[in-house]
Design a protein around this ligand. Structure first.
Ligand SMILES: O=CC(=O)O
Length: 313
């Protein structure tokens, strides 16, 4: 397989880079001034693209790679891949589901706890020596709060399971009702928000879920509500969120993702009721390695004409 050209779109994990380098002819897009500069001399060699959450495989990339056979993304999210184009061209697509579910669900709960119990603020309080002179602010209880989940797929369900363990009543909105779960279903996102104290975004980013959390949803969640986003930044109308947080129309937010990563609205930096993370939902040593293995095994299976491990297309 050493002669098969694989294009990695951005630095993701050095283990993945090394393993791809050992098996394939690896091209690293970030070593070229632009995609067009790369494509000009290398496009016919590329049979596979390994994308991620920053750069996937858009229409321009796919169109420029005449021999592309497979896109294997180092992510569960598929929003950076032009799936329609891949289907039209007969290009296979794989992602990394399941292996990251626990980590992302853990982080959603971690963010809720961090916002409500003021964990980051309290940490700074101790480290800055304020404990000797003052008392920290009181936090807000998490156990028992009404948790609303947007998207009850693998990750949403794992969050629900964890929330139930904290004694939180769980309700959800998703494309279809899942009566077997026993959680309360709201077909209308505004009703879900109005009946939740903590609203967690855990759905896939599609045309339908773009800005699913808009001003109306934020207002329905209300001034005591907390928004947690471990999905994609584009699920939330970010300027509206910033506005609601600065005006006190929302009590707080825990955000792992942003509309224009790594750009984060600076108005959020000074807010103690907001916890900001650099898109690290699945970033644990264990899970990153499992994701890398899945990317590699999918590529190997494809080039050996074996069934793909986690096919999307
Ligand atoms: O955001 C992370 C992923 O899609 O895997």
């Amino acid at each position: 397989m050493e002669s098969i050209g694989v294009l990695m779109t951005s630095p993701m994990l050095s283990y993945l880079e090394q393993e791809l380098e050992r098996r394939f002819k690896l091209f690293k897009l970030w070593n070229y001034p632009s995609f067009s500069a790369f494509a000009q001399s290398n496009s016919p060699s590329i049979l596979a693209v390994v994308g991620g959450t920053t750069i996937g495989a858009d229409a321009q990339m796919i169109d420029s790679l005449p021999n592309l056979e497979i896109v294997s993304t180092f992510s569960v999210g598929l929003d950076k891949i032009d799936l329609t184009k891949c289907k039209q061209r007969g290009i296979r697509v794989t992602n990394t589901p399941d292996v990251l579910t626990d980590d992302v669900a853990d982080l959603a709960i971690g963010l809720a706890l961090a916002v409500l119990r003021r964990i980051c603020e309290a940490d700074r309080f101790v480290k800055n020596g304020f404990w000797k002179k003052a008392s920290p602010e009181l936090g807000v209880k998490f156990s028992g709060k009404a948790v609303g989940i947007i998207g009850l797929g693998r990750i949403g369900s794992a969050i629900a399971k964890r929330a139930i363990a904290f004694g939180c009543p769980v309700s959800y909105n998703s494309r279809t009702e899942k009566p077997e779960t026993g959680y309360k279903y709201y077909s209308n996102i505004l009703d879900l928000a109005a009946n939740s104290e903590i609203l967690i975004v855990a759905c896939a980013l599609t045309k339908e879920t773009y800005h699913i959390v808009n001003r109306k949803v934020i207002d329905a969640l209300g001034p005591k509500g907390i928004l947690i986003n471990i999905g994609r930044g584009k699920h939330v109308d970010e300027p509206e969120l910033v506005c609601a947080l600065t005006e006190g129309r929302l009590a707080g937010a825990g955000l792992d993702v942003f509309e224009d990563e790594p750009e984060v609205p600076e108005q959020l930096f000074g807010l103690e009721n907001v916890v900001l993370l650099p898109h690290v939902g699945s970033d644990t040593i264990e899970t990153s390695k499992e994701m890398a293995e899945l990317v590699i095994q999918n590529l190997e299976a494809h080039f050996l004409n074996k069934p793909l491990l986690s096919p999307v297309i």
